[in-house]
Design a protein around this ligand. Sequence first.
Ligand SMILES: Nc1ncnc2c1ncn2[C@@H]1O[C@H](COP(=O)(O)OP(=O)(O)O)[C@@H](O)[C@H]1O
Ligand SMILES: [Mg+2]
Length: 391
Amino acid sequence: MTRETPDQTALAARPDPGSELVALFDALPAHVALLDDHGIILGVNEAWRRFANANLLANEAFCVGGNYIEICESAHGDCADEARRAAAGIRSVLRREVDLFTLDYPCHSPSERRWFQLNVTRAEGATGVRAVVTHFNVTDRKLAEEDQRQRANTLQAELLHVARLSDMGLLASELAHEINQPLSAIMNYLELTRFGLRDCPSLEASPTLGLIDKIEGQVARASGIVRGLRAFIERREPERRTVSLRAVIGESMSWIADFSTHLNLRINLSLGENEIPENIDRIQIQQVLENLVRNAVEAMVGSPDREITVKLEADDPARARVSISDMGPGIDPAVAGSLFNPFTTTKEQGMGIGLSICKSIIESHEGEIGFQANSPRGTTFFFTVPVVARD
Ligand SMILES: Nc1ncnc2c1ncn2[C@@H]1O[C@H](COP(=O)(O)OP(=O)(O)O)[C@@H](O)[C@H]1O
Ligand SMILES: [Mg+2]
């Protein structure tokens, strides 16, 4: 029996370098094959074998001894072009024209979408020139790229949309400017009419003078809306003042109340007893109220029961909440998710910008706007605005 030195023991325990190399290749997640200078497969690793078996490619062309270049050149079907490019790439590496050839290609199976990257490099040894062919699964990267492309497309669509909005803004600004002129003229004619009627005693008790007051009030409001619209387009901050929201709601609803008989509409106001001072832009909040009320009225056109309830409540000590409920058919589920986006409408003549303007106004007041379905039918739109803190 010979005593071995510690060094000899260590040497004997080391695995055969050949099998260690094989184990290394077999441990690689990429599919690797070694080709000779004609494209004949000299060896493949475990991942290559597994992939070939799983994808029914276990014919001789994909196993040791098969000619990989030839099978690529004779491929047909969806991937024929890529296969031919791969063959040409392998040839150019073997001819030493390039050191590395890379190709991304789709390889979808019936159950999943997959992409691979082919890499071909050269190995030169005593036995001649060899090509090392590697396939990596790059599906995650490809899906991420596709996702990014889709996002870029969405962003582009949004930018186009913003451009369209800004065109509309310009149009509205010009319109606002033009509308101001006839409004001033109407005011002047009303003044003249009032002046002309001054000496008609028979008119004292007639409703005509009251109607002129109302017309004047509406023209003043229209001027205010036009001013507000221009301020809104020019992105000026809202002109916030401490105002009674009860009074603002009262004013807005008196206009609709004048037409309620004609519209066969019942109006319930529940404005509470307590005066709550709010920090709001009066004209803008009137615009919101009127948009919501108009939508409610329009929603009930086909309903036999037409009733609107407007409620003012203290949401919490810092905010007041206004809600407008109707008895219409409810929100069409097709538009429920995009109701506050511009140009969302289900009406033949609708512009679809009323709710988007409401949202901008309420958000510029640091409030919230939303809606909920009523039981058994109808919808409630609500918004909140900040309350002025009382000392
Ligand atoms: N009270 C409501 N009941 C049912 N649907 C409503 C109501 N308010 C708004 N909607 C829906 O929201 C859409 C967008 O409203 P809006 O932005 O004011 O634009 P428009 O009134 O021009 O259609 C309407 O077309 C309608 O489908
Ligand atoms: Mg509307």
